[in-house]
Design a binder for this molecule. Structure first.
Ligand code: GLN
Length: 496
């Protein structure tokens, strides 16, 4: 088996024992990137010399006897919304084209400290707003399973890079589903940790009360190892939780559901769901029962209002967060020819630098926060948010985890929803409640839909700081499905 087909855990072990080197592993992935990037376009920035220099440095640290973590020397693709002092950071926007951050995000720092080798920065919907990566100012990323389809979003470059075997691991951020939805539609594992469980310091802000960094991998254990490597308390983030990281790696190794109570969310299913998605979901439910779990139906009535509440809260927060892109501080500046006022330059820069979805959200958010409308829109949405958190609390009195399909459909064709924001927003129907409540949730592959042969994801939701439960159940499902499929769902992405 070639190096690119190995798991991150195996690569870490082979590097630690000296059977291979970080440089060799990095080179294998750079070769793969060179071969498939013209088709996939997962990356916005790759600097092969810089990658090899990082890998050499890790090999030297290991040779000097330094004890690094289990992922030392393993390559990773990093979402281009985390600041990196040695690489550009664009957030998928023209307004940050050419910007070099002066510092590393906490997540970036921790990747480096753990000896991970950053292959490059991955494509995303501009400022993480979208579900398809079509909102990137630098062109869409393509789904490795079918190059005419979307890889999900906003972390579409991150999901595609792992599904296309360009990287064994990647980072993402999940504000409304941007890790779980892309993971589901590309057939990989994606985890949204508990809000505050991973640091937002140096993450370019979209909606600060929702934004959550998390891992992508091709299997549950690798995701848990990465989760552990970059999560945990950060004094630089005022909403970071000062508690130990839940035992995610142990849970991924435990891989058992025997005696667990699992709730199927009644409100997720039925109209608007692709039959092949529902069929795979039902199979997963039967599988969990056969593994010894007790499965019951649970009602979370307020989940029906999650989508409208999210599309008030997220734009409201983004309208405030994106005010900093004012032509003075970062990146692009348009019309500064000495004849125009600062306000005119600001307006010209924002008009040229932001794409249509970002502008739509800034306008929506500004309206929702304006005096006279604040209570009616933003205030009501915050009340719905509380009701959703209460639904989760009540549900977690009855069951240990909740499950649902991750997305209502498989990957849709590029262009199909590009002019229809409402249709695009529906991709996150099942993922958004966990963002509003802040609890942990993971997506793991559960087969392919009969209609189109494309991957389907199973979402497993756990209470706040119950992240380990997501991994425990996810790993059990993965093991059972692999026995049935005779190996991992993703053996090699087709058509590449
Ligand atoms: N698709 C959702 C949105 O467009 C979620 C994005 C995200 O999680 N970053 O807002």
């Amino acid at each position: 088996m070639s190096l690119i087909h190995k798991t991150a855990a195996e690569l870490g072990r082979l590097i630690a024992t000296g059977e291979t080197s970080s440089v060799e592993v990095a080179q294998a992935h750079l070769d793969r990137i060179a071969a498939v990037e013209p088709k996939v376009h997962a990356f916005l920035h790759v600097d092969p010399d810089g990658v090899l220099a990082q890998a050499r440095a890790v090999d030297e640290r290991l040779a000097a006897g330094e004890r690094l973590g289990p992922l030392a020397g393993v390559p990773i693709a990093h979402k281009d919304v985390f600041t990196t002092a040695d690489m550009p950071t664009t957030a998928g926007s023209k307004i940050l084209e050419g910007w070099r951050p002066p510092y590393d995000a906490t997540v970036t720092q921790r990747l480096r400290a753990a000896g991970l080798v950053i292959l490059g920065k991955t494509n995303l919907d501009e400022f993480a707003m979208g579900s398809s990566t079509e909102n990137s100012a630098y062109g869409p990323t393509r789904n490795p399973w079918d190059l005419t389809r979307i890889p999900g979003g906003s972390s579409g470059g991150a999901s595609a890079s792992v599904a296309a075997y360009e990287a064994p691991l990647s980072t993402g951020t999940d504000t409304g589903g941007s890790i779980r939805q892309p993971a589901a539609v590309t057939g990989i594992v994606g985890m949204k940790p508990t809000y505050g469980g991973s640091s937002r310091y140096g993450l370019i802000a979209f909606a600060s009360s929702l934004d959550t960094p998390g891992p992508f991998a091709r299997n549950v254990l690798d995701a848990a190892l990465l989760h552990e490597a970059f999560s945990g308390h950060d004094p630089m983030d005022s909403t970071s939780i000062d508690a130990p990281v839940p035992p995610v790696v142990e849970a991924a190794r435990q891989a058992s559901v025997d005696g667990l109570r699992i709730g199927v969310v009644k409100e997720f299913g039925g109209d608007g769901y692709q039959p092949g998605v529902l069929a795979r979901f039902q199979e997963a439910v039967d599988l969990l029962e056969s593994l010894g779990a007790k499965v019951v139906e649970v009602s979370c009535p307020s989940f029906t209002y999650a989508l409208p509440a999210y599309y008030l809260i997220a734009p409201s927060e983004c309208s405030s967060n994106l005010a900093r892109f004012d032509a003075m501080r970062y990146g692009l500046r348009v019309g500064d020819d000495g004849t125009r006022s600062a306000e005119e330059v600001m307006a010209l820069t924002r008009a040229a630098g932001f794409g249509p979805e970002v502008k739509r959200r800034i306008m929506l958010g500004t309206y929702a926060l304006s005096s006279g409308y604040y209570d009616a829109y933003y205030g009501s949405a915050q009340k719905v948010r509380t009701l959703i958190a209460r639904d989760f609390e009540a549900a977690f009195h009855q069951v240990d985890v909740l499950i649902s399909p991750t997305t209502p459909t498989t990957a849709f064709p590029i262009g199909e929803r590009a002019d229809d924001p409402m249709a695009m927003y529906l991709a996150d129907l099942c993922t958004i409640p966990s963002n509003l409540a802040g609890n942990a949730a993971i997506s793991v592959p559960c087969g392919r839909a009969d209609e189109d042969g494309l991957p389907v994801g199973l979402q497993i939701m756990a209470p706040v700081l119950g992240d380990d439960r997501c991994y425990r159940v996810g790993a059990a499902v993965e093991k059972a499905f692999e026995d049935r499929w005779g190996g991992p769902l993703l053996k090699e992405a087709p058509a590449l």
